[in-house]
Design a protein around this ligand. Structure first.
Ligand code: ADP
Ligand code: MG
Length: 579
């Protein structure tokens, strides 16, 4: 250790910048928040090379006078608070005066801005924190900020940037969250001139359509609850729509997107046992409280807050979620005491997952037959499947085309036909050789949305390990030329699209084991006979036979039980026959 030396201003600024600006997405977040604070109702975000090239944000907000523009990039220069006490009542996204100074310390920045009252605008150029020029310029009302060469003078940080795909997903993620939080503002996002996202000013549900798509929006339930201290509004997904990560949960406190474990737990509590382990509901939850109750000044990026009455607010979130789920009659009114009635121990019996409804259309008998045959044929080609002794089962019938009722040697068994078939396919896919692939006579063309497209490129190598062969085909679509053999003769090309969408819809791939599970589950789910499919007795018998050839016949790949059983003693007990 040597002598203590006070760092020079430039070094201090670079260190401080690191707290606020971690990656291109942080620049986008800070600049967009400034545009929101400026009262803009249209914000356009144009980036090149996932933000590693340039980031340009254009808004139609209040703009800055020449004097303000000249001050804006100075550290702790802000128009949003005047004195420290103002923080207690702050309603703007920014207030620390750090973003522009941090960004301009580690990049080349150009500000073009004009207020309504002035006849001409101002252009300011700053490089590495130093003013290069300031000049009068013709401009329209509002502000454009261009950030070039981010991290050019902080090589270590630059080195740790992730691939273009990862950085771009971060940007899409942050813009999506902000757009959901400020649904009355229009946002558009372009990368290398290509539009990736457009979210016009709209009611929240329409914004969800623009950000997550119509299918997801359709499966969302409205949340609305108000008490003396808090108002909670937004949307949450039905129990039938879950994701494998938290990427699809956005929480806002007074319109500020925040990370909060407390709110996350509260949301989960609201679902109770409707959420299986490792699955997460989609949510857009807006919480409004008196600004005095929120300390927003606990973190430089301002995405964490300290909440007064946190316990009460969390409880209200749980209650709001419960109410939303209740209204839709998602919770069955008859509760069978599962644990005691189960003949077979099931690992996840507690997380009994309610499949809400049956598919809108009734699958054809031919479709059901085909699906059953496929697993049968694939099963015969496989070796080494451990067999649990097939119990003596006589099929009695089917309830609602979902549950198979069967008599066993010592009681009664109810089987969820879809869950059972899912288990069968899951094991077939898992055991099959990776390169078991079949060429398609006619390639299937699939179109993907912007988010999916980005993820697709990284996902293809994994899909190919399962026997898919996929290549880019035109700007928005991909051609599938081969599929895994377990998919059999593909009568419905939509199935391939569904499988790929399932996999992509779960968001970023974090690890290889994750993608393996994801692909296997999705193929299994999409191949299985549907809840709602009529089955003949022989089909049901066949299904049960196949089920007992799997390693773990008792749960589906998501951990739900495939079957429950009541033995004679239990039935007798139910009818008080026991002496
Ligand atoms: P903060 O947002 O915390 O005040 P920033 O460094 O982000 O700090 O911005 C500094 C100041 O520059 C803001 O307070 C605001 O007055 C001005 N400013 C920045 N961006 C814009 C914009 N897009 N439109 C109008 N004014 C802006
Ligand atoms: Mg700011």
């Amino acid at each position: 250790m040597g002598k203590i030396l006070v760092l020079d201003e430039a070094s201090i600024n670079k260190i401080a910048a690191g707290e606020v600006i971690e990656r291109p997405a942080s620049v986008v977040k800070e600049l967009v928040e400034n545009s929101i604070d400026a009262g803009a109702d249209t914000i356009r975000i144009e980036i090149t090379k996932s933000g590693k090239g340039s980031i340009r944000i254009t808004d139609n907000g209040c703009g800055m006078s020449k004097d303000d523009a000249a001050l804006s990039y100075i550290k702790h220069a802000t128009s949003k608070i005047r004195k420290i006490e103002d923080i207690e009542n702050v309603r703007t996204m920014g207030f620390r005066g750090e973003a522009l100074s941090s960004i301009s310390a580690i990049a080349n920045v150009e500000i073009i801005t004009k207020t309504k009252d002035e006849l001409s605008g101002t252009k300011v150029i700053i490089q590495g924190g130093k003013l290069v020029s300031i000049a009068e310029i013709g401009a329209s009302d509002g502000t454009t900020i261009v950030v070039n060469d981010l991290f050019y003078n902080t090589p270590v940080r630059k080195k740790y940037l992730k691939s273009d795909t990862v950085e771009l997903t971060h940007i899409i993620d942050i813009v999506s969250r902000i757009a959901l939080g400020h649904n009355h503002i229009s946002f558009s996002l372009f990368n290398n001139g290509k539009e990736l996202l457009r979210s016009p000013a709209a009611e929240l549900h329409d914004t969800i359509i623009h950000i997550y798509g119509r299918e997801i929006a359709k499966a969302m339930l409205q949340v609305d609850l108000e008490s003396a201290i808090v108002r909670i509004t937004g949307f949450i997904s039905r129990p039938s729509l879950m994701r494998a990560s938290l990427d699809f949960q956005s929480f806002y406190i007074n319109d500020r997107n925040i990370n909060s474990r407390a709110i996350g737990f509260a949301l989960r509590d609201g679902y109770g046992t409707l959420v299986p382990r490792g699955r997460f509901p989609i949510a857009v939850l807006k919480i409004y409280v008196d600004p005095h109750e929120v300390d927003v000044n606990v973190h430089p990026t301002k995405n964490q807050v300290r909440l007064g009455h946190e316990r009460e607010i969390s409880d209200m979130v749980t209650q709001a979620v419960k109410n939303a789920l209740m209204h839709k009659d998602l919770i069955p009114d008859i509760k069978i005491p599962m644990q005691q009635s189960l003949l077979y121990e099931t690992p996840a019996a507690g997380s009994f997952h309610v499949k809400e409804t049956v598919t809108d259309f009734r699958p054809s008998a031919k479709d059901t037959e085909r699906r059953l045959r496929r697993s049968e044929r694939a099963g015969m080609e496989m070796e080494n499947i451990q067999t649990i002794e097939m119990p003596d089962v006589k099929v009695l019938g089917q309830v609602d085309s979902i549950y198979i009722i069967a008599q066993t040697k010592n009681g009664l068994m109810i089987i969820d036909q879809h869950a059972a078939h899912e288990r069968i396919f899951f094991e077939l896919v898992r055991e099959s050789k990776r390169d078991d692939s079949q060429e398609l006579i006619v390639p299937i063309n699939i179109e993907l949305d912007p988010r999916e497209k980005i993820l697709m490129k990284d996902t293809i190598p994994y899909l190919e390990e399962f026997g898919f062969r996929i290549s880019e085909f035109g700007p928005d679509s991909f051609a599938v030329t081969a599929v895994p053999i377990v998919l059999g003769r593909l009568e419905d090309p939509r199935m391939v699209h569904d499988i790929i969408s399932d996999i992509l819809s779960e968001g970023k791939i974090k690890e290889e084991t994750g993608i393996f599970e994801r692909v296997t589950k999705s193929i299994a789910c999409r191949s299985a006979i549907k809840a709602g499919a009529d089955c003949s007795s022989s089909q049901m018998e066949n299904l049960i036979k196949q089920l007992f050839m799997t390693r773990n016949p008792y749960t589906c790949p998501h951990g739900r039980p495939t079957m429950v059983s009541f033995n004679r003693q239990e039935l007798d007990k139910l009818f008080r026959r026991t002496p």
